[in-house]
Write a protein that binds this ligand. Structure first.
Ligand SMILES: [Zn+2]
Length: 322
């Protein structure tokens, strides 16, 4: 356990990126910026770590403003659920968003179907109210970035009301229904498809649905769960290197704590590219005991696929500013 490594990095505010295994563009396909005036520290950290293209999951309007200020921005707009109880109006508003997004150069639309959202709205990913929106996404050749499910431990500790939330397995029917219904739409399932705990399940989904891709976002969750099984995780990435995209789920917030963004990029670099074992320098409330970073040391021929090739090849995301 390399405690000194973390102490040295913390003393440098995590501003010295670890030496990289590969020299290539890096697309962070999953990051959030709520507003232009709070985004600067995230973009600064991303640039420091060689991120050449940074997603902004935001409203379309905010995404456009961010792109003006930071040309490496990849706009990933989310939908507007204001009119969800009026299907006609809901479809009209969101088909409009999809069209304007495509015209503005967006390549993915964000859809968030966590159990909390479904419990609140009664709307699932396979709800017919979304059909006209998916039809437009298909027609325009866009992809979707979709969040389904949540960590195993949340189903044990948070989503204990089974009648309201269902089981973790229950979360996947909505995803496979859409994957089957729209074979031409590439689906990027966030946070290792919401199931980094069960790589066998992910392998089965990837084999069954050629339009399914996974992103690596959610620092604590992914590092915790893949770090428990580094050899299996490395083998999974080697087998599915053409189906996985790098993302972090960094969120640009007002008044971030010191080193928030640099520490997370530092963690990702060591986790994917080295076999380092050290204390995780951020808190993880879902960890049993002190959280540990245990790197999975991906091979140099796998990393470029994850870092930018799949983003470009599958979704048309440019590897750098345009
Ligand atoms: Zn996210």
């Amino acid at each position: 356990m390399d405690v000194e490594l973390v102490e040295r990095a913390a003393a440098e505010k995590f501003r010295r990126p670890p030496r990289r295994k590969v020299d290539c563009p890096i697309v962070d396909i999953h990051a959030h910026s709520m507003a232009v005036d709070t985004a600067a520290p995230l973009y600064e950290a991303a640039r420091l770590y060689g991120i050449t293209r940074l997603a902004a999951i935001a409203t379309l309007e905010t995404g456009l403003e961010l792109q003006k200020a930071y040309p490496e921005t990849e706009i990933i707009p989310f939908l507007d659920f204001t009119h969800v109880s009026d299907p006609g109006r809901f479809a009209e508003v969101n088909v409009g968003i999809v069209r304007r997004a495509q015209a503005a150069g967006a390549r993915l639309i964000k859809l968030w179907f966590a159990p909390r959202f479904i419990a609140r709205t009664g709307l699932r990913l396979d709800d017919p109210r979304l059909d006209p929106i998916f039809a437009e996404i298909d027609r325009l050749g866009l992809g979707v970035l979709v969040h389904v499910s949540d960590p195993d431990v949340w189903f044990e500790r948070v989503y204990t009301d089974r009648a309201l939330y269902g089981t973790k397995a229950d979360q996947y029917a909505q995803l496979v229904a859409r994957l089957a219904a729209h074979p031409r739409i590439p689906f990027l399932a966030a946070h290792m498809g919401g199931d980094p705990e069960h790589l066998d399940h992910l392998a089965q989904l990837l084999e069954q649905y050629p339009n399914l891709y996974l992103d690596t976002s959610a620092t604590k969750w992914i590092v915790r769960e893949l770090g428990k099984q580094p050899d299996a995780a490395r083998a999974f990435f080697q087998q599915f290197k053409d189906r996985i995209l790098f993302g972090t789920d960094q969120v640009a917030i007002p008044d971030p704590e010191p080193n928030r963004y640099t520490s997370r990029y530092w963690i990702h670099t060591l986790f994917w590219e080295t076999d380092t074992v050290c204390p995780l320098p951020i808190e993880d409330p879902d960890s049993d005991g002190p959280p540990v970073l245990r790197g999975i040391d991906l091979p140099a021929d796998v990393l470029p696929w994850i870092y930018y090739v799949n983003a470009q090849r599958v979704f048309g995301v440019p590897p750098a500013k345009t």
